[in-house]
Write a protein that binds this ligand. Sequence first.
Ligand code: 2NE
Length: 275
Amino acid sequence: VDWKRSGDYTDIIYETAEGIAKITINRPEVHNAFRPQTLFELQHAFNVARDDSSVGVIIFTGAGDKAFCSGGDQKIRGDDGYLGDDEVARQGIGRLNVLDLQVQIRRLPKPVIAMVAGYSIGGGNVLQVCCDLTIAADNARFGQTGPKVGSFDGGYGSWLLAETVGLKKAREIWYLCRQYTAQEALEMGMVNAVVPLERLEEETVAWARELLEKSPLALRMLKGALNAVSDGAAGMQQFAGDATMLYYMSEEAQEGRDAFKEKRRPEFDKFPRRP
Ligand code: 2NE
């Protein structure tokens, strides 16, 4: 794939090719742990991919083959969150802005594929759980560490994981903080496929190309539908918004708009009252 790099980032890499955006956490020296800046850049890049109408699928990954992401950077963890190098941090105030990124991935109306080599740990594993699909290399290792390092994610990290692998398994993963191989993750339904490390990108791109052949609106509605149940009112709000978008695209809705602009009564009688 002939990836074209763009954007001015320090902690991540943003690339596109053939309708695919690839977003890479680029902090291999800490197994791609994230700090507040990493998350600001990821949020920016995911927005760029969302707004780019030539992009149909997003691949989310980590630099190198040692880790997808090892969660929050424990070395800059303050007493209430993760400390950046901005004014907020200078006041000693930490952030947990990974939670905003989780929501953003859920709301983004294009499929996001996590491409995982090596460790997918802690808040990093929660991110891959939030993605639509996950392709794992055979060297991948998955796990949560919260109760070991003084943390937990009681949001998507817990109940979306439970929805994905079942309640008993989710409890085991969180309570015991064990690590699981790619094969074990496949067996528990936490990933979609396990492939040899040297073929990870090739296989992930093949999945992305297959998605690109499908109807973008159908994929958008399916993502919204599958998320709506567990996202409650917020999920329904998004799904309802998509219904409005589809309605706007109908002649019936456009008749209402045109009648207003032309200062006449709308002629809705010509549209069927569907059974
Ligand atoms: C990932 C793991 C198991 C790998 O172990 P190993 O032995 O293969 O590598 P090592 O030597 O631990 O890591 C390599 C380098 O990366 C750093 C290490 O400190 C080391 O650098 P040096 O100290 O040698 O210079 N590194 C790795 N993970 C890091 C991290 N998260 N923050 C900062 N530096 C990190 C092993 O490294 C590990 O267990 N890492 C910690 C995983 C973890 O507990 N993550 C945080 C969970 S909490 C969270 O993410 C969170 C949340 O629960 C809720 C909200 C927001 C965030």
